[in-house]
Structures are given as structure tokens and as C-alpha cells.
Ligand binder design. Sequence first.
Ligand code: E4P
Length: 310
Amino acid sequence: MLRPDDIHQGAGFRRVTMEAVNPTPDSKKLAHPAPFAPRIFADTATLSDIRPLKEGGIINGVTTNPSLMKRAGAKSWNGALKIMQEIVDYMAPAPVSLELTELQPEKMVEQAKRLAGMGTNVVVKVPTGGYQAIDKALDPFTGLKVMRELWKHDIKVNATLIFNSTQAFWAANAGATYVSPFLGRLADYLYKHDQPEREPGNSLHFLEDHKAPEGGRDITANTPYVANDGLRKDSGVRLINEIVVVFNNYRITTEVLAASFRNASQMAECLLAGADILTVPAPILMGVADHPLTFEGMKAFVEDAKVFEK
Ligand code: E4P
């Protein structure tokens, strides 16, 4: 469990260099108490999930991906574009991340321009790496090159599928406005695949004795702090903290958009870790105002208040 004492201080200093999330209008005497609060996005492409969260003031953005589009009912690229446009229009001016599906740099830039043309609140989501998992002939730097190109065109990028702090650093260097570390997938993977006879974290090949498979290329993996420094289920939140510290060190204003949430506790831990934005599935967000003891307390207050009706 990530404890408050473990946390590197300094996230607040970093937040004040960014846009205020809750600005106080000039007409107000009572200043908003949380101007630099982290933003909360809904991680869904389903408009009926988004509506109550937006109306409740719970979210100030949305992130989507091809899997969420498919889940929302898109059966073709045109179908996906229709869903995207509805979300972009509904959420404007709050940011909506739309993910590229092309894999060739020129086509990716072309597709990014098409998506960015859907609204000034569009952020183009670019997979940071993984291209050679699809086709060995693809350039491993495809994502980073496209991010740099989009930065040149003033198009905001959300660098997605981030699993270590070096990926985050290079995405920021390429000009990404947001980086999305997938904390839930990382924690799930580490928890499931570690080999108990070796040191914890070994499934992520962070160990110095790890050798690349013959003929293969070694990859930059996770640090012992992420992979080893606590419960395996907490590795994702440690990754968020590590990226925040790295960005703090170099005054990088790329926002750390914690993604891939599995439960409500991870939200609290990401706030401790200093994330700039949390993108959370709708079912988890629907519970943010509640707690089992709040239910009990409310029932008692409402029951006792009946005396005033007499
Ligand atoms: C990030 O923006 C992704 O859409 C998302 O958080 C992935 O989450 P998952 O691991 O639940 O698919």
C-alpha cells in the first residue's frame, strides 16, 4: 500500500505551473479552494455513461480507445467517427482523446489532422511504441516521430500505452501534451506473472541480469522502485509517482494522465502519487460520493430528521 509518507513532495509546485482547473471568476468573492486540483476524465466512449458524470460536475474530459469504441457499438471506422463526433460536441470545450488506428507515419498524421478537425477540444491519442509487435518492418520510433510531427502542427497529443518512465520521458520530449501510464494493466500483469522463486518484479525484466533473447533486442523495462518496492498490486501507482518525480526534476509540463483503473483505491493512490489527471471507467466514478458508512450515516440522519416534520 502506497503510504502518504512515501510520497515525493513537489507535485503541488508542478500543478501551479499548469492551467487552473477551477478558476475563480472576477465576480466571485469566495475564491475557489481547489484551483489546481487534478482533472478527472471518464475513460469511456459511451455517451450515456458520460452524461451523468458531466452533469454532476465529476469529469472535465473523456478518453477513448479502439476497444472502448467497439464496446460503445462502433462497427466501422465511419461508425466510430460518428460516436467520436457526438462525444467531442457534447464535451466541448473539455478535452476528448481520440486514438489513431493507422500504423504508417504519413497516414497517422493525416488521420490525426482529420480527428483534430472534429473540434478544438480534440486530443490525438498516439500509441508510444509497440509497432514491431504488429509488424517487424515497422519503425519502433513511429509513435515518437508522429508525436513530434503533430507538435509541429500544434495538435495536442496523448501518448498512450505507457508502462515505464522512460517511455513517458521520450513522449514528453517528442512534444506530447499528456502521457497515459496504464497503472491497472501493469499491476495486473506483475501480480499474475511474477515467478515466486525469483525476486519480485522479475516478470517485467527489470533485473540487471536479464539478457535479451538470442537475436532479440533488449528493451527498457521498469525500475526496481516500480517493480519491486512494495506490493506487486501497487506497482502501477509507483509508476505514476516515478513519472511525476522525473517530470518535476526537469520542469516537464506534459501532464501525467493516470489510466487503466481497476478500483476506487487506485484513484486515492494516484492523488497521493501526484497524477495531474485520472481517467477512470464510469462505474468507478459513479461511486465517488458514496461509502458504506456514508449510507448508514445518511439513513440515520434522514430518520432522525423526521421529528422536524411534526
Ligand atoms: C487509457 O486512456 C485507456 O483508454 C484505458 O485507461 C485502458 O484501460 P484498460 O486497461 O482498462 O483497458
